[in-house]
Design a protein around this ligand. Structure first.
Ligand SMILES: Cc1ncc(COP(=O)(O)O)c(CN[C@](O)(C(=O)O)[C@@H](O)C(=O)O)c1O
Length: 401
């Protein structure tokens, strides 16, 4: 018999498993509001026009080869990615204090950063928000860090539990790592205000905590790439150190290309170059070097003024469509007289609405209305269209009455 005979059947992933269940459902009215993947008004995946243009340029470029990239990835891509998140005028970039490596999208950037910290940083506690993206604790645990939680979401107000956040970070051991969602917190859609970010920054710096930003939605929350990077930039502006994981899955629609970057902002250029040399020792035995195609698309777009501007227009259109889905769902529930206060639907930002529906109500909506969403009550607004909002509103109405 098999040497793997004693292996147990693993459960499906809480987020990606929703798509597995959705694909199995033959109902013509099924709706996938699980994974954070953008859909157009017609309910189709979107390849940005500027991405198609960049790919055409690449395909027609005779000088393009399929050679290995360096372990750190495509140099152009790394420089341009650092500029995108830290700002073209960032002093950290001018002073060569940023080590950036191309990684496998956001997940890969988080994992490489975590493995690096587990190996080289003196603390292995990483404080993550409660709740957070379901994959965060698994990525950090697998890398050898030990996740702890800090209070973040207040179910009563459906807003930020700012006092709880400050208390938990104040009582964290000095030097602990703190994971921060740069914008569009997943799953709650609740972000600190600019003033609250400044208070968080002061606390983190005064306690010598190490900030690790996860930026998976830059430009997707507000439609502005700069606005959505402000949280990161106030930390870099104070001259302190931080890590930042970037993903181009959502804001450039490059989901399956697995394009991302990890940047570590250091105190000096000398430290940054030593940090980069150690990052290479983490990456080489993991996947050796990253894929060339997606990073070439991003670099082509970011280095050309016209293509960059075209990208920002398409990005804003995606963000605006999601915002209009919020308003339409809110209006549809109001028109139905659905019991409860649903204003959080239009207050929250980014791809997701944390509805507050419980697991039983979610199960009911899946069974009776073929609505597929995560069991924590999160819905991806990007999966909605004007045509399907009434169906979701009917399901929510039925679930709460
Ligand atoms: C906060 C956060 N960080 C990192 C990632 C990783 O993204 P990638 O590796 O593809 O760049 C996601 C994606 N999370 C999802 O949008 C989601 O929560 O549905 C989905 O893509 C996922 O993989 O779960 C995320 O929400």
């Amino acid at each position: 018999d098999s040497v793997f005979a004693n292996i147990a059947k693993a459960p499906e992933d809480p987020i990606l498993g929703v798509t597995v269940a959705y694909n199995k459902d033959s109902s013509p009215i099924k709706l996938n509001l699980g994974v954070g993947a953008y859909r157009t008004e017609e309910g189709k995946p979107l390849v940005l026009n500027v991405v198609r243009r960049a790919e055409q340029l690449l395909v027609n470029d005779p000088s393009r080869v399929k050679e290995y990239l360096p372990i750190t990835g495509l140099a152009d891509f790394n420089k341009l990615s650092a500029k995108l998140i830290f700002g073209a005028d960032s002093p950290a970039i001018q002073e060569n204090r940023v080590a950036t490596v191309q990684c496998l999208s956001g997940t890969g950037s988080l994992r490489v950063g975590a493995e690096f910290l587990a190996k080289h940083y003196h603390q292995n506690s990483i404080y993550i928000p409660q709740p957070t993206w379901g994959n965060h604790p698994k990525v950090f645990t697998m890398a050898g860090l030990s996740p702890k939680y800090y209070r973040y979401y207040d179910p009563e107000t459906r807003g930020l539990n700012f006092q709880g956040l400050l208390e938990d970070l104040s009582s964290a051991p000095s030097g602990a790592i703190v994971l921060l969602h740069a914008c569009a917190h997943n799953p709650t859609g609740v972000d600190p205000t600019v003033e609250q970010w400044e208070q968080i920054r002061q606390l983190i710096r005064s306690k010598g905590l190490l900030p690790f930003f996860d930026s998976a939605y830059q430009g997707f929350a507000s439609g502005s790439l700069d606005a959505d990077a402000q949280s990161v930039r106030i930390f870099v502006a104070d001259g302190g150190e931080c890590l930042a994981a970037q993903s181009y899955a959502k804001n450039m629609g490059l989901y399956g290309e697995r394009v991302g970057a990890l940047s570590i902002v250091c105190r000096t250029a000398d430290v940054a170059s030593r940090v980069e040399s150690q990052l290479k020792l983490v990456i080489r035995p993991m996947y050796s070097n990253p894929p060339i195609h997606g990073a070439s698309i991003v670099a082509t777009i970011l280095k050309d003024r016209d293509m960059y501007n075209e990208w920002t227009i398409e990005l804003k259109a995606m963000a605006d469509r999601i915002i209009s889905m919020r308003q339409q769902l809110f209006d549809a529930l109001r028109d139905r007289g659905t019991p409860g206060d649903w204003s959080h639907i239009i207050k929250q930002i980014g791809m997701f609405t944390f509805t507050g529906l419980n697991t039983e109500q979610v199960a009911f909506m899946t069974k009776e209305y073929h609505i597929y969403m995560t069991s924590d009550g999160r819905i991806s607004m990007a999966g909605l269209s004007s045509r399907t909002v009434p169906h979701l509103a009917d399901a929510i109405h039925a679930a709460v009455t």
